[in-house]
Design a protein around this ligand. Sequence first.
Ligand code: PLP
Length: 450
Amino acid sequence: MRDRNFLVENNAKPIWHPMAHPAEMRAQPPRIVMKGEGVHVTDIDGKTVIDAVGGLWNVNLGYSCDPIKQAIADQLSALPYYSGFRGTSSGPSIELAYELTEWFKPEGMVRAFFTSGGSDSVETALRLARQYWKIKGQADRTKFLALKKGYHGTHFGGASVNGNANFRRNYEPMLPGVFHIPAPSTYRNPFNETDPAKLAQLCAAAMEEEIAFQGGDTIAAFIMEPVLGAGGVIVPPDSFMTLVREICDRHGILMIADEVVTGFGRTGAWSGSRLWGVKPDMMTMAKAITSGYFPLGATLIGEQVAEAFEADATTFGSIGHGYTYSGHPVGCAAGIAALAETRRLKLDENAAARGKDLAQALAALKAKHLLVGDVRGKGLMAALELVADRDSKKPADKKTMAKVADSAYEAGVMLRVSGNNLILSPPLILTSLDVKAIAEGIDAGLSAAG
Ligand code: PLP
């Protein structure tokens, strides 16, 4: 690699960064991360901080997981690539599909379709949902329902079911036939309802109303994140996902759980669907499937959908969809190793235990800093929503958010800003001491901005 001066000189110049304005990035170049070890990363100036973001919700095993590195190296020398398109397969893809369908048997998953990441997995689920209804002879079922504030990646399908205007507006018109219902957020909802059980009922009623308006027999699928991540870590009331499942069943609508963030232990359970005791019809996975060591995703398929495809004697059952890297042998080898380590270290249990420590620490920060309007989280995914004023809930401005994040970085903690939320999704190998360090860094950030 070229030297430090070259990298600093060219930072944000020949490259456009996702989710950023190119001119802003040039004016305020991003941090260049050079090394990772355990739960820490080191930047180009040699500053080491604890990574409270976990890469991008994905590096669940931290940066020093030798079994994954070894599996990647071994697979690279045995077979760096072969296609999974009709006619050929590779060993790691067969093995990982077996592992995933075994692991997510309690959720009713029986088949895996590999992709290159989360957006691909969402696109796959949406397309398979449409195809399922064509196989079933109900070609009118083309529409999708989703939650406002939901995030489902950036392909046209995923961005269409996305419930945040920022990700849609510049790319409209989106996919037709997508409708959104209010997110069950106790902090901000159109009903001003703070009681979780009542809020779940109100959002479920809004969903019923939309279905009645659209005609239930025109809707292919409903998609939701079991805990909404990028929208600001919105934890639905305990009853919400069950209510959604009941409504979907009543109207024959498929339910897709977008588990790209919540899969593999982050919420304290092996999946968000398991956390809420729900069996979806499809689950989208990515991120922690390789702990971020290799780009890979999977769409898992439940029995009802699988049966329809496999029993179909017409051309409808053939899957006219897939990616060059579907079932990439190196990605799948990384996945097999990552999942073995994830299970061996019981990261679900650690996420639940350290999540409790983190929730306590964040509650103390809310009590201390008026800037914190709300604290939310489940397991090791959490958010602090910052406000200019607690009564009006006016969101904190961009400058304040940047000040908090920069000061926290100076104090040794990498945070992620999403709108007026500080997002936390640290590696799941976190210790109690790491939780303390994260809380101290945020405290320093909030004190500097407050
Ligand atoms: N779905 C959810 C719930 C996500 O959080 C994300 C990414 O953050 C995606 C889909 C898209 O994944 P990717 O960025 O790997 O395409």
